[in-house]
Design a binder for this molecule. Structure first.
Ligand SMILES: Nc1ncnc2c1ncn2[C@@H]1O[C@H](COP(=O)(O)OP(=O)(O)O)[C@@H](O)[C@H]1O
Ligand SMILES: [Mg+2]
Length: 556
């Protein structure tokens, strides 16, 4: 028997919870809500408690002992009575900081409108990561991952959602912030619960307490969450938290950022600086992506900026975001090589190879087989397949003699058919190196595939505009994003995140030499660290470093 108050499992037949003393098993026969010991009527639905003879096993027994909706002599028939069972779940609590004080100075209409937009944002963000919103309590939201359906990466998704939510709330208005707590562990889950929450118990209370000690704009998590999500999310210890209602302090971690795809894939092996100073740009990329998907209209975002300014990094942040969503997204990326002459459409070939699971080194028969298989999956029409297949094979260099006029139409149709099942993303890296054929194809795609959910992102240096001064001109779906040098506070945050405790003179020197180009700062730090490491090796071995000029006359 599971206690509806603290979630503890008690032996069958127990009258009071061995953990918290709550009376067990008295639940309304009509709606399943726990009854107060002296209640004559159910506080939820008003049914007289005389209709509830003794403990109601259907509500509180574990699933194995009382199957849902099983015969239950003596109680009025309750269709598919909810059943509580212990499950591993992740619970998220988030609330607005200082909303009550804010709303005092605000017009009530305005405050209500702000809350409505906040609720929408919560539903949107939590839904995107596959969470279920349990309830809103004032300006707090509670959401659950792992019930009714459990996924392997529930904890990670909950933290991604929390970070996204806390990051997005400031867009609701000036000086509005949120904070969040995420806890992973076992809780009593009542499947089929309608009026009251699905998840109950100590875990829920503790998650709510954890949220309330989080600093504005931050996400605190418990041990189980940190362990389950740390492959893809960077955390820092946040100490032992004394939480109301808990006798022992609870160890907590602060979630910093997403550092990989789901489950830790593609996590950077080298030192990666925290992502700074480009929140607006990233948000725009995300918003336009969602608009593309929602409106089923092709769009292009042209990201432009000099070398080392952070174009690739921005796309990487966007990829990690898209990868965390529960919605399927057909992601593609491809790079135009610096000496691209003779290998036109290289980037597009990389995208198609990525889609069908081919390596550059795969032989012709593998290439043919994979393409045929992908077409069977994504292009239902046989005639269309026969027409697209040679064009894709030509792109990958294993077919010749396909008429040039056929190529563009066939390639584009392939992406359109993909877009029929889920939004398509095409990220063109180093687009300033693109051959003119590729530039023409992107133009063609945007023109002809207008009413498909295809999101094109090009990353290029300003040279692109020398090649094609009219790039983007006159297109309705064209958005350009120029990356400016990072301002000094962002550069300092970048350095602080890379090497905490770097001395001020070093920070000042790097910041002033870097001129807002993150690449310079990152490379300087990497160099310094490599040097320090090599020096410390010699110091430990008490040998002389090869670069050490040594004392005069001290020959090795
Ligand atoms: N906004 C940012 N915050 C932190 N580091 C960044 C940022 N932008 C770029 N970097 C880092 O600077 C380096 C160069 O960035 P990159 O994206 O490769 O530049 P680009 O593609 O414009 O040449 C990378 O190590 C990257 O992680
Ligand atoms: Mg780049």
């Amino acid at each position: 028997m599971i206690c509806t108050s603290c979630g503890t499992e008690n032996p069958a037949g127990t009258k009071f919870c061995k953990e918290c003393g709550t009376r067990l098993g008295l639940n309304c026969a009509a709606c399943g809500t726990a009854l107060l010991p002296d209640a004559k009527f159910c506080g939820e639905c008003g049914t007289p408690t005389s209709a509830t003879p003794g403990p109601a096993p259907a509500r509180v027994a574990s699933a194995s002992t009382a199957p849902a909706g099983g015969p239950n002599p003596g109680t009025p028939a309750v269709a598919a009575a909810p059943v509580a069972e212990r499950r591993l779940v992740s619970v998220l609590f988030a609330d607005l900081v200082g909303f009550t004080t804010l709303s005092v100075d605000r017009d009530p209409e305005e405050a209500r409108e702000l809350l409505t937009r906040y609720f929408e944002l919560c539903r949107d963000v939590i839904g995107r990561y596959g969470g279920i919103v349990e309830k809103f309590i004032g300006d707090a939201v509670m959401a659950v991952w792992g019930a009714p359906v459990a996924h392997e990466d529930d904890a990670e998704r909950a933290v991604r959602a929390a970070l996204e939510l806390v990051g997005a709330v400031p867009t609701l208005g000036p000086s509005i912030q949120a904070r969040a707590g995420v806890l992973t562990g076992e809780a009593a889950v009542t499947l089929g619960a309608t009026n009251q929450g699905m998840v109950a118990g100590d875990l829920v209370n503790t998650a709510s307490r954890l949220q309330s000690v989080a600093a504005p704009g931050t996400v605190l998590v418990g041990e189980g969450t940190e362990r389950a999500a740390s492959a893809a999310i960077a955390f820092e210890p946040a100490g032992e938290q004394a939480l109301k209602g808990k006798s022992a302090p609870v160890p907590a971690w602060r979630a910093l950022r997403v550092v990989a795809e789901r489950g830790g894939r593609r996590r950077s092996e080298t030192l990666e600086a925290p992502f700074v100073g480009r929140d607006d740009e990233l948000r725009l990329l995300k918003d336009l992506f969602h608009a593309t998907s929602r409106e089923r209209r092709a769009r292009i975002v042209s990201v432009v900026g000099p070398a080392g300014i952070g174009k690739t990094r921005l796309a990487w942040e966007f990829l990690k975001y898209v990868d965390g969503l529960v919605e399927t997204v057909w992601w593609h990326d491809g790079r135009s090589p610096a000496y691209g002459d003779g290998i036109s459409f290289w980037a597009l070939g990389e995208m198609v190879r990525g889609r069908v699971g081919l390596l550059e080194t795969d032989d012709e028969s593998t290439t043919r087989a994979r393409i045929a298989e992908a077409l069977r999956i994504h292009v239902p029409d046989e005639t269309e397949r026969r027409w697209i297949e040679p064009a894709l094979l030509a792109l990958l260099g294993v077919e010749s003699g396909v008429r040039a006029e056929q190529l563009f139409g066939a390639w584009r149709t392939f992406f359109e058919r993909l877009a029929a099942s889920a939004p398509v993303v095409l990220v063109f890296e180093d687009f300033h190196f693109a051959d003119s054929g590729l530039l023409d194809f992107v133009d063609h795609l945007l023109e002809w595939s207008r009413s498909h959910a295809i999101y094109v992102v090009t990353l290029s240096r300003p040279e692109l505009l020398e090649k094609r001064p009219d790039w983007g001109a006159g297109k309705r779906t064209f958005n350009s994003l120029y990356l400016e040098p990072l301002p000094e506070p962002a550069m300092r945050a970048l350095l602080g995140g890379l090497v905490p405790g770097l001395p001020e003179p070093a920070i000042r020197a790097i910041v002033s030499r870097a001129d807002g180009i993150p690449l310079y700062a990152v490379e300087t730090v990497r160099m310094l660290l490599a040097e320090a490491q090599s020096w410390s090796k010699y110091i430990l071995r008490k040998e002389r470093h090869p670069n050490d000029p040594g004392k005069k006359g001290d020959e090795a």
